[in-house]
Write a protein that binds this ligand. Structure first.
Ligand SMILES: Nc1ncnc2c1ncn2[C@H]1C[C@H](O)[C@@H](COP(=O)(O)OP(=O)(O)O)O1
Ligand SMILES: [Mg+2]
Length: 194
């Protein structure tokens, strides 16, 4: 496993809920051909399957809490293995959510070459999520859960950014700007890799 993805680039895409991670990842996929793995989407697929594990996950996610570390990591790893032969890079979207998740990822999978920090104000994120909630069908896009997810983001995930800043791999993009302008900052960060 470690061998198979050794040469692939790994990018952590980190930012608050509703900051625009998914939106930017979609554009990276289109321009650079990376494989996009959203931990949230992987979990939602499991929930939709109606499995016992899915039911447990559903309860946790609806409360806006983090699901157990090994569960998410196993799902990401399986998805990476499935794409290892054809992928030159992986976008790990919405993970790590806490420093410990990052450490586990590196132990079991590999090191990121870049942490893309998608930054937006809390007020902006709430607005976008409320709007997204009108059509997303996501049970966690409601006012009460959004507040919890934001609190958890500031408490658990912001330290992740400081942790990787120490390694010099963090590039911050201003996601208050229109999507295409954010993407031009994203492109600059990715073009600088190699
Ligand atoms: N730069 C931007 N300007 C305006 N709206 C944006 C934006 N980036 C994303 N959005 C919108 C699209 C979605 O409806 C909502 C949340 O975006 P998202 O990509 O789903 O966020 P995330 O994956 O970080 O939770 O905000
Ligand atoms: Mg997303």
């Amino acid at each position: 496993m470690a061998d198979k993805i050794k040469d692939a680039k790994i990018i952590f895409v980190v930012g608050g809920p509703g900051s625009g991670k998914g939106t930017q990842c979609e554009k990276i996929v289109a321009k650079y051909g990376y494989t996009h793995l959203s931990s949230g989407d992987l979990l939602r697929i499991e929930v939709a399957s109606g499995s016992d594990r899915g039911k447990q996950l559903q309860a946790i996610m609806q409360k806006g809490e983090l699901v157990p570390l090994d569960t998410v990591l196993d799902m990401i790893k399986d998805a990476m293995i499935a794409k290892a032969d054809v992928s030159k890079g992986f976008l790990i979207d919405g993970y790590p959510r806490e420093v410990k998740q990052g450490e586990e990822f590196e132990k079991k999978i590999g090191k990121p070459c870049l942490l893309l920090y998608v930054d937006a104000k809390a007020e902006t994120m709430v607005k976008r999520l409320m709007k997204r909630g009108e059509t997303s069908g996501r049970s966690d896009d409601n006012e009460e859960t959004i507040k919890k997810r934001l609190d958890l983001y500031y408490k658990a995930t912001e330290p992740v950014i400081s942790f990787y800043e120490g390694r010099g791999i963090v590039r911050k993009v201003d996601s208050e700007l229109p999507v295409d302008e954010v993407f031009s900052q994203v492109s600059t960060a990715i073009d600088a890799l190699k």
